[in-house]
Design a protein around this ligand. Structure first.
Ligand code: ADP
Length: 748
């Protein structure tokens, strides 16, 4: 712990002084030393150093403890050397081991001082309790008490230094150490004592045999190393498996990174694990810490991980702060770190770093291999994540195209149920994708072909040919024409075959087509009417011209002229109409028309065309100016009177009435024919609409349609009401003209 060096240093100095003082006191208590085997001092020093160096690990149930047999190795020294000499030997041995292990100076210093104090106390206790130099039962008991003193001082010093380093109370430290106390401390002390007795017995018998004592020490150490390796291997392999498993969980391996890093951390019993990733935007550091947290942040490139990234470009590296000359770990205060390159094929994604592995030792070879394996796993996962991202991107693009096109795209399964329904078809039909998913679209859309025959999209799987032009009914009951193309997608990846229908809304084009057809029909119907009398008169004049009087011939020529005029008017009218249709001429025309004159003209024409019919005109004597256009008024009248002539019996008179209303003029044509049933009164104004009971008369069902349209263009209205006494009255309601009557002369 930074900043605690001074406190620990001072405490250690106190321990050393206490050790020396205890050594001096031991010598005073033991009396003058006789026959001390000084020559064997190096041998005993070597034994203590060796015991300190060789750690023995053992496991009791789940708990693993580490033991140095220093105390046991110290036993012969305690028995044969004076107190101060024993302290000196221990100080020398511990100093040697600290230097060999390259321990931090403060740690080495504390170790030396701790053992000085423990040995001093042990020597003092032995001096007080032993008697003579022989190995008697009493002296063995004295050795046991002395070794107990060594242990107690050792553990006490250790506890105090822990509390100093971690700034916690001694009580808190002891509470934390409790699991170690029974097995590690008490059990350990017993083992030390047993070995100590062995060592003393051997040494007293033959000092040179101390060399042989080294053998069980080394063997024990090796055995415990084997055990430790097996144990760490198990932990690492379990960790490797858990971490790999974590990566395999989610569909996007990136989602597994926090879990994976936590497993890696657990696997190495490490404090922190970093995955440093090189991305186009810079370095990205994912970190799992021992408080269970995960965080990812951009890295400025100055972190330990970033430096390790450079170091571990080709293969795993292990850096130990004790041997870290480059100062790699110093910045972030790590004790030890291992890093392995995260590579898949020849691509390097970054580096996987583990800091401060559990235990005091560095990383072993097998562990580095495990780290490399983990790095390989995460590289594979990142590679997969990239692939997945690419696939998702492609899908997003495709979905964007399908979603944003105005063309309707739908797919059907073999049963004709909708498997996809894009926004284009949503807009065309007014049915949304949620409502249509899984439904057979035939029911709501009622598709029909160009001949009005029902079409079943659902039947595609039976090999039924589907028409290109299809009429459907939208959600708001409008008719829409679709131009469809069909693609059958065979079964793949466990999914059944599908029919892809691409549908384009061609309602506008279809309506235009129909309009053109109608136009041709209108033109031929209307043009034929005046042609008949022209031909009739022409034939009469040609064949029987000589038999006719001059007046009659003149009348014939006049009739031809009139009909030719009508034709001309019609043609003008059609041109006008097409302008109306194209939206060029929707504004009501505000010419002034003398309705009386128009009525007179039309009625006169009919007198010639149908001389057997009586047409009575009422209210058409004076000038009646209206806003409109003469040609159109006359054509409306022609259509109405022609119908009256056509549908009413010959003997029934036809009445044409001109009435002035408020701001309006009403021109009505009344016949006493069959009349029109109430439910058909609006329908007869539709295109091609003919009533079922009028098949005896020829017609196209266009006359009233055109008449009403002409009326509308003049801001006038055309309606039908039943006539009093049977029959029908067609009334053209026109706006009265507000202009001076004076102008009328010129107009008429
Ligand atoms: P067309 O006369 O060519 O059939 P119209 O649009 O002029 O077409 O008339 C539409 C239908 O209205 C006619 O077929 C007829 O059934 C009915 N109709 C029109 N005028 C009369 C009338 N004066 N009396 C009875 N029925 C009529």
């Amino acid at each position: 712990v930074p900043g605690r060096g001074a406190a620990i240093g001072t405490f250690s100095a106190g321990l050393l002084l206490a050790g020396i003082a205890a050594g001096v006191a031991a010598q005073a208590a033991a009396g003058p030393a006789v026959g001390v085997p000084w020559a064997q001092a190096p041998l005993l020093l070597g034994l203590i150093a060796l015991a300190s160096h060789l750690i023995v690990r053992f496991q009791v149930r789940d708990q693993v403890e580490a033991l140095e047999l220093t105390e046991a190795a110290l036993a012969p020294t305690l028995v044969v050397f004076p107190g101060l000499a024993a302290v000196g030997l221990v100080v020398a041995a511990k100093g040697l081991v600290g230097a060999l292990h390259r321990n931090e100076p403060i740690k080495a210093w504390f170790n030396v001082a701790q053992w000085a104090a423990a040995t001093g106390c042990g020597a003092f206790v032995y001096a007080l309790t032993s008697s003579g130099r022989a190995i008697t039962g009493r002296n063995l008991a004295a050795l046991a008490v002395a070794m107990l003193a060594v242990s107690v001082v050792n553990y006490a010093a250790f506890t105090v230094v822990l509390s100093l380093a971690s700034r916690r109370s001694v009580r808190a430290v002891l509470a934390e150490l409790r699991p170690s106390i029974t097995i590690g401390w008490v059990g350990g002390s017993l083992v030390q004592f047993a070995f100590g007795v062995l060592f003393v017995a051997t040494y007293v018998r033959s000092p040179a045999a101390v060399v042989v004592i080294a053998v069980p020490l080394v063997v024990l150490h090796w055995a415990s190393r084997g055990f430790a390796t097996a144990r760490t291997d198990r932990v690492r392999l379990t960790g490797l498996q858990a971490a790999t498993h974590a990566l395999a969980g989610p569909i996007d391996p990136r989602d597994a990174l926090p879990h994976f890093l936590a497993e890696v951390r657990r696997c190495f019993e490490a404090e922190v694990v970093d995955l440093l990733e090189t991305t186009p935007a810079g370095l990205l550091r994912h970190r799992a810490s021992d408080d269970g947290s995960y965080a990812s942040a951009t890295d400025s490139g100055e972190s330990t991980a970033a430096t390790l990234l450079l170091a571990a470009r080709d293969r795993a590296v292990v850096v130990d702060a004790r041997r870290d000359d480059a100062g790699l770990l110093a910045g972030e205060g790590w004790r030890v770190a291992a890093a392995a390159p995260v590579r898949a094929g020849d691509r390097t994604f970054g580096v996987l770093c583990v800091y401060n592995k559990g235990g005091a030792e560095g990383f072993e070879q097998g562990e580095v291999a495990v780290l490399e394996a983990l790095a390989g796993e995460v590289a594979g996962a990142l590679d997969k994540a990239e692939l997945l991202e690419g696939m998702l991107e492609e899908r997003r693009q495709l979905a964007d195209i399908v979603g944003n096109t105005s063309d309707g795209i739908l797919t059907l399964d073999v049963h004709g149920a909708v498997t996809s329904w894009n926004s284009g078809i949503e807009q065309i039909t007014g049915f949304d994708a949620v409502a249509m998913a899984g439904r057979v679209p035939d029911a709501p859309l009622r598709p029909r072909d160009a001949h009005g025959e029902a079409v079943s999209w659902a039947a595609w799987a039976d090999g039924t040919d589907l028409p290109d032009a299809i009429e459907i009914v939208t959600a708001d009951l409008q008719s829409r024409w679709l131009s469809c193309s069909y693609t059958e997608v065979p079964a793949r990846d466990g999914r059944g075959p599908q029919l892809v229908v691409m549908a384009r809304d061609v309602t506008k084009a279809h309506e235009l087509d129909k309009l053109k057809d109608d136009f041709v029909a209108v033109v031929s119907h209307e043009l034929r009417t005046p042609l008949a009398p022209i031909k009739g008169w022409a034939v009469t004049l040609l064949q029987r011209g000589e038999d006719l009087t001059t007046d009659q011939r003149r009348e014939g020529a006049r009739a031809i002229l009139r009909q030719a005029d009508r034709l001309e008017q019609l043609i003008l009218n059609i041109l006008e109409d097409s302008k109306v249709e194209r939206g060029l001429n929707t504004a009501p025309v505000d010419e002034v028309v003398d309705v009386a004159a128009s009525v007179k003209k039309v009625v006169e024409d009919f007198a010639v065309l149908a001389p057997e019919r009586s047409i009575v005109v009422r209210g058409g004597d004076a000038q009646v100016p209206v806003a409109g256009r003469a040609v159109r008024v006359e054509q409306v009248l022609v259509n109405l009177i022609a119908n009256a002539v056509k549908y009413a019996p010959k003997h029934e008179p036809i009445e044409v009435t001109v009435e002035r209303g408020v701001g309006a003029v009403l021109i009505s044509v009344t016949d006493h024919g069959p009349g029109i049933p109430p439910e058909a009164r609006e329908r007869i104004f539709d295109r091609f609409e003919r009533l079922a009971d009028s098949p005896t008369q020829t017609g196209t069902g266009l006359g009233l349609y055109i008449a009403r349209r002409l009326a509308t263009t003049m801001g006038a209205e055309l309606d039908m009401t039943p006539a009093t006494g049977g029959g029908s009255t067609f009334t053209l309601t026109m706006r009265a003209a507000t202009v001076d009557v004076v102008d009328l002369a010129s107009v008429s």
